[in-house]
Design a protein around this ligand. Structure first.
Ligand code: SAH
Ligand code: SF4
Ligand code: F3S
Length: 468
């Protein structure tokens, strides 16, 4: 990292603290990738890189990829084909471009990327982002590409810069836990993100303090299994998510706290109690269930039954009656019968979701389900998905209709699509649009909710001052 000046004649742009260079990051996948993309920008900022809106102006392009479903790798190669043209056009103008592929496809298929797309300069897995400056320097020096997809012993978080660009709009993601040891039959995450690990509470608190000082009102704590968080506390003991959330609320003064994604198996008593006791913990919970059939849940290795999920929801709603629930569903897991699918529909009916994501099962290379028998035909998956999404749509609309007439505190995160309009989030994570001044961006104000649109609510401001 010390010798950042490359030999003369190198074709790639050289990092420099004196001049500004363009950086364009393309982010696919989950919120953890969004967080990672921000942190990669942070780690490159001391080298002079500043974010630009288009790859054409970028001395460095990072494609941050997701491997979770479908033709993930093909999508990456087709985007790389497009970026290759950008790189070539820039080269014709005498401008070099470092092209990096990051994220879960990079982790899973790094070598394949380098052989099929030799114009890629850097391939880096999610655990190596702190080494990016060094990789940029190496790419500049070396003739060949740089690949970093090992799981290093050091935690990337210990090496990422302390100062973060605070996101505009008052809401920020903060990764507290990474990786997964649960090995659901269908899922690549344990292979792409590695073993489960939690950041020490002190490091999380320090990052939250800096975000709060920069005006952040809402923090969403992130992890593949965020409620399995078990970080080392300042007292030397292991802290769970509930304890951490309490400190962020009471000591750091974060007005709104969310967390995602949770696993039903890790929903412990103290976390449920926190939903009762902590007003700062927002009444919205994404709690993926995947299926309502015990047979399929067992085949998926989810470690709970449908009734256990129902009972958990009942306890959560007892703690926080207005809790909005969201979930993920997979239809057509190998072995799923019509009767199994009917059980999923019954669970949806019983629970009532405020919103949900649903997917057709997609075989992922190397996962147990991909090699299992009983694959469900595509047209059956299609039909099941349609049926399931139709019911979820009705539930979502009903949930949003129920907000009409309420006065709700909204955190305004930016401008709306129409001129003079602000866009924000209700406590239940609904998108809310109102007419209002830009000075409210990043602030919380009360809104009378009056309309429900397809995926958002409309209303009027009842006050123009920050509530908290
Ligand atoms: N850790 C979270 C899920 C992370 S992946 C959990 O356990 O709930 C996000 C979602 O993608 C999953 O909840 C699942 O619904 C979906 N998903 C993952 N692998 C998939 C696959 N092979 N096919 C279809 N959907 C998948
Ligand atoms: Fe994937 Fe299951 Fe881990 Fe979620 S809990 S990340 S679905 S293996
Ligand atoms: Fe995708 Fe990796 Fe997130 S596979 S969903 S980017 S953990």
């Amino acid at each position: 990292m010390n010798s950042l000046s490359p030999p003369s004649g190198a074709t790639l742009p050289q990092p420099s603290t004196s001049s500004t260079r363009g950086l364009h990051v393309i982010t696919w996948g989950c919120q953890m990738n969004v967080y990672d993309s921000e942190r990669m920008s942070d780690v490159l900022r001391p080298l002079g890189y500043r974010t630009v809106g288009t790859p054409d102006d970028a001395d460095m392009i990072i494609l941050n990829t997701c491997h979770i479903r479908d033709r993930a790798a093909e999508k990456v190669f087709s985007e790389l084909g497009r970026l290759r043209k950008v790189k070539e056009a820039r080269a014709e103008r005498g401008e070099g471009t470092v092209l990096a592929v990051a994220g879960c496809v990079a982790q899973a298929e790094g070598k394949e990327i380098l052989s099929r797309a030799p114009y890629v300069d850097i391939v880096l897995g999610p655990q190596t982002y702190h080494r990016l400056p060094e990789m940029v320097a190496r790419a500049a020096r070396a003739a060949g590409a740089v690949i970093e997809t090992d799981f290093p012993v050091e935690q990337k978080f210990d090496f990422l810069p302390a100062d973060r660009m605070a996101p505009a709009g008052g809401a920020a993601f903060l990764t507290i836990q990474e990786g997964c040891d649960k090995f659901c039959s269908f899922c690549v995450v344990p292979y792409t993100r590695g073993a489960e690990s939690s950041r020490p509470a002190q490091a999380v608190i320090a990052e939250a303090r800096r975000l709060a000082a920069a005006g952040v009102r809402e923090i969403t704590l992130l992890g593949q299994n965020v409620n399995a968080y078990h970080g080392e506390g300042p007292d030397g003991r292991t802290w769970g998510l509930a304890r951490l959330a309490r400190v962020l609320a009471d000591e750091v003064g974060i007005a709104r706290i969310r967390y995602t994604t949770s696993h039903p198996r890790d929903m412990e008593d103290d976390l449920i109690a926190a939903h009762r006791d902590l007003p700062q913990l927002m009444p919205f919970l994404h709690l993926p269930v995947q299926s309502g059939s015990d047979r399929v849940l067992a085949a998926m290795n989810r470690g709970h039954t449908a009734d256990e999920y129902r009972a958990l929801v009942a306890r959560l709603r007892d703690a926080r009656p207005d809790l909005a629930l969201s979930s993920d569903f997979i239809v057509g897991h190998p072995g799923e019968t019509d009767a199994d699918f009917a059980e999923t529909m019954r669970l949806i009916d019983d629970v009532g979701f405020a919103q949900a994501y649903s997917f057709k099962y997609s075989p992922r290379p190397g996962t147990p389900a991909a090699g299992a028998g009983g694959h469900v035909p595509e047209d059956v998956k299609d039909a099941r998905l349609q049926e399931l999404q139709a019911v979820l749509r009705v539930q979502q609309d009903a949930f949003n209709d129920a907000a009409i007439g309420l006065t709700a505190p909204v955190l305004f995160t930016g401008r709306g699509r129409k001129p003079g309009q602000l866009s924000g989030k209700s406590p239940w994570l609904q998108a809310v649009n109102v007419d209002g001044p830009d000075s409210l961006i990043g602030r919380i104000a009360n809104v009378d909710i009056r309309h429900r649109y397809t995926n958002s609510l409309g209303g009027v401001l009842t006050e123009e001052t920050d509530r908290a």
